[in-house]
Ligand binder design. Structure first.
Ligand SMILES: *[C@@H]1O[C@H](CO)[C@@H](O)[C@H](O)[C@H]1NC(C)=O
Ligand SMILES: *[C@@H]1O[C@H](CO)[C@@H](O)[C@H](O)[C@H]1NC(C)=O
Ligand SMILES: *[C@@H]1O[C@H](CO)[C@@H](O)[C@H](O)[C@H]1NC(C)=O
Ligand SMILES: *[C@@H]1O[C@H](CO)[C@@H](O)[C@H](O)[C@H]1NC(C)=O
Ligand SMILES: *[C@@H]1O[C@H](CO)[C@@H](O)[C@H](O)[C@H]1NC(C)=O
Ligand SMILES: *[C@@H]1O[C@H](CO)[C@@H](O)[C@H](O)[C@H]1NC(C)=O
Ligand SMILES: *[C@@H]1O[C@H](CO)[C@@H](O)[C@H](O)[C@H]1NC(C)=O
Length: 588
């Protein structure tokens, strides 16, 4: 193995010349018909061209086309100069303009065609592209994936061994809201090419490959990158030869501000503290705990706390129909008589919006309802039950029902808090998923609009209702249902949950107040003893500052808008999906 490594390094040192050799000869031809299963293409075009390269592949194959160099006349107008990529049926998959990103990927079942138009400018245009075709549904290399978390590592397939040829991997990393991601490539060892034409990693600053390109990496190097938001997308594209050891990258979430960040979700709060901030206060992560001192940090690099809503000393408060959860991160008090360190307290509060949206879909095809549930976890789930006892959830999928069969639905809150209840405010149906067509109301503002709608009493953490299955006349068999449910404190007698049907003349209490997605409160200096911190939440002025020593603390408030989507996929949509054969960028 070591000798193999040295041999590889030796070849890598020679790689620029290898790369030259590998780069296909520059083709100045105007168009061609390509029948190889894979092929790199280096295209040079001059003025006033309209040339088409036709990649011919059989219908049981998928063709992936990767552009890694796109040098058009930068001053040209896209309507005069562009690269148009179409599938076999001449359906346009995408148009690359002079200002398009350097890297683009297209995929289609069967072949593809690339049509290059140039304007009258006499300069040379250069394109480098590589296509590869493979049996539809069987990626040459299985890799990539979606990851959610505060830290981890990702690496190329087979790392630290050579990555396979034809590897095409897309990774999405998601960190908590209000953070940014630091990516540290400890090793990159990909085919060397000054333009990264052959094997490369493209790093995008955002959730997809259409986000801005943060960096394009290849060769033998390391790199440190930082995103501007809490998601990043990495794409590894490898061609047919010269594979080396790939890459390995560690990532971690850091607060977007230089102090702390808070992110609230339906089941917990996540707090990330900037290590240099903590250091500037003279503390280390393991000195900090939540209110319940048995609850320490989840990790020390990054410094992160997971704050459960139910334990660790989290205090729940009901104010003006809004439920908030508060905890405090602080350092244990120093033993002995004196300390020269500032007392640090980070107070975190999540306010959960009581309004939440649940979507579900069913179809009546041959008077049959089919459903398949999304496996993602959400704050409120909507599920079918077999009968009005709501004992047996419908687990099998698809779920077959008849038209006018009574359907029993339960919206369940995933936060096991006996003080919370759920109320179905509105549910409406549409024949299409975006709810842009005419909608049909089952219940609106708590008032039944459909004769078959029946509301069952809510209980701790759930709401239940039933209705008779229907379909839209003269339209698809699919019916999409969207429900707005309200979550209330059972002690709050004036809450929306206790108001039932609201007519136009009555005010919808507590639903308009919390529209914002996120509010991050001030971090400020003030004077507090350990005990009076909680009283000062919400104060805007550090008015007690003159009383003596300064304690630094922060208040972070985040209002989480709880959006729940319980997606039911139908037979008809599955058919559509099977027929959905291409997408301009494979990661959308
Ligand atoms: C022609 O192309 C060259 C190089 O791409 C560019 O510098 C020049 O500005 C272009 N001229 C016009 C008129 O677009
Ligand atoms: C691409 O260029 C061709 C030739 O000038 C033009 O007909 C076509 O409309 C352009 N496409 C776009 C999307 O501008
Ligand atoms: C695709 O179909 C052709 C016949 O059209 C067949 O020869 C070939 O083996 C098939 N390829 C795959 C990967 O199934
Ligand atoms: C945070 O950044 C601000 C400016 O953006 C700076 O004034 C402040 O000193 C920084 N604080 C820390 C703890 O680094
Ligand atoms: C639908 O079912 C309800 C009772 O569940 C029944 O009263 C009604 O007659 C049925 N309608 C049709 C068209 O079968
Ligand atoms: C709600 O009421 C119960 C008893 O009725 C009480 O024990 C509980 O503390 C109350 N909760 C809040 C948040 O007021
Ligand atoms: C904070 O104090 C200043 C003066 O001490 C005052 O002008 C300001 O209105 C106060 N702000 C709030 C939100 O109380």
């Amino acid at each position: 193995m070591p000798s193999l490594e040295w041999l590889t390094i030796f070849f890598v040192l020679l790689a620029p010349s290898l790369a030259q050799e590998k780069a296909s000869p520059i083709s100045e031809q105007c168009g061609d018909v390509l029948t190889e299963p894979y092929q790199p293409l280096q295209i040079k075009q001059s003025a006033d061209k309209d040339c088409t390269w036709d990649i011919k592949r059989s219908a049981n194959e998928t063709t992936r086309l990767v552009f890694s160099v796109l040098n058009l006349n930068p001053n040209a107008d896209c309507s005069q100069e562009n690269v148009t990529v179409s599938d076999e049926n001449l359906q346009v998959l995408g148009v690359l303009c002079p200002n398009s990103p350097q890297i683009s990927v297209f995929e289609a079942v069967g072949g593809l065609s690339v049509r290059v138009f140039t304007d009258s400018n006499t300069s040379d245009r250069i394109l480098y592209l590589f296509y590869n075709s493979f049996a539809t549904g069987s990626e040459p290399v299985s890799c990539g994936g979606n990851t959610r978390g505060i830290s981890g590592t990702i690496s190329s397939p087979s790392y630290p061994n050579r990555h396979p040829d034809f590897a095409f991997c897309v990774w999405h990393l998601d960190a908590p809201k209000n953070t940014k991601i630091q990516l540290s490539f400890t090793e990159i060892f990909l085919e060397i090419d000054p333009l990264c034409r052959f094997d490369f990693i493209a790093v995008y600053d955002g959730p997809s490959t259409s986000s801005p390109l943060l960096d394009l990496l290849c060769g033998r190097t390391t790199a440190q990158l930082e995103t501007s938001s809490n998601s990043v997308t990495l794409m590894l594209s490898a061609d047919y030869a010269n594979s080396y050891f790939g890459f390995s990258a560690a990532y971690k979430a850091l607060p977007k501000s230089n102090t702390t960040s808070l992110s609230c979700s339906g089941d917990e709060m996540t707090v990330i503290i900037n290590p240099s901030y903590l250091e500037s206060l003279g503390y280390t992560a393991d000195e900090l705990t939540l209110t319940d001192t048995a609850c320490g940090p989840l990790s020390s690099n990054p410094v992160a706390f997971i704050v459960p809503y139910q334990t660790c000393g989290t205090v729940r408060k009901l104010e003006d129909h809004t439920i908030s959860y508060t905890n405090t991160i602080s350092a244990s008090l120093a033993r002995g008589l004196i300390t020269r360190r500032k007392q640090v307290q980070i107070i975190v509060t999540c306010e959960l919006d009581g309004n939440t949206v649940v979507e579900i879909m069913y179809t009546t095809e041959d008077d049959i309802i089919q459903e398949q549930r999304d496996t993602s976890r959400y704050d409120v789930g909507l599920s079918f039950f077999t009968s009005e006892t709501f004992v047996t959830p419908v687990l099998e999928s698809p779920y077959f029902v008849d038209l006018n069969q009574t359907l029993f639905l339960q919206a369940t809150l995933h936060l096991p808090d006996p003080q919370l209840t759920v109320f179905t405010d509105s549910c409406f149906a549409s024949s299409e998923p975006k709810f842009q067509a005419a909608t049909y109301d089952l219940v609106r503002q708590g008032c039944a609009k459909d004769d078959t709608y029946h509301n069952f009493p809510s209980g701790s953490g759930f709401a239940r209702f039933s209705f008779g299955a229907f379909k839209f006349l003269h339209l698809h068999n699919s019916v999409y249902l969207k429900c707005r449910v309200v979550i209330c404190d059972t002690n709050d007698t004036a809450s929306r949950c206790n108001q039932g049907c609201i007519t136009r003349h009555r005010r919808d209490l507590g639903s308009s107040k919390w529209k914002a997605n996120a509010v991050v409160g001030p971090i400020r200096l003030g004077h507090h003893t350990h005990n009076d911190i909680s009283e000062s939440i919400g104060e805007e002025n550090g008015s007690k500052a003159e009383h003596g020593s300064f304690y630094l603390f922060g208040i972070l408030v985040l209002v989480a808008n709880v959006l729940i989507v319980s997606l039911v996929v139908l037979r008809s949509s599955r058919k559509q999906r099977a027929a959905y054969r291409y997408h301009p960028v494979p990661t959308q």
